[in-house]
Design a protein around this ligand. Structure first.
Ligand SMILES: [Zn+2]
Length: 81
């Protein structure tokens, strides 16, 4: 999906959430900062670049992989991982 289209979708969803649930921009900004820092670096990204390590065999896999290429273990266990 094109990045600018994704940005439109995210903004539209946020506006709907603000209207329906009364959320504020400050809450969104605070949550974004929290997610940004979840990898230990305030760099505008949720996680560091590089391979995703399998928690079972510890081998590196492509970041987009769902299952470990080497042992078949499920390595993406959360929807936004
Ligand atoms: Zn593995």
């Amino acid at each position: 999906m094109e990045t600018h289209r994704l940005a439109l979708i995210v903004e539209a969803m946020w506006l709907i959430m603000k209207d329906k649930y009364g959320l504020e921009d400050d809450e969104l900004m605070a949550r974004m900062a929290e997610l940004d820092l979840s990898d230990g670096a305030a760099d505008g990204k949720k996680e560091k670049a590089g391979p995703r390590r399998c928690h079972k065999c510890n081998r590196p896999n492509a970041r987009a992989s769902v299952f470990c290429l080497y042992c078949g273990e499920l390595i993406r266990t959360k929807p936004f991982d």
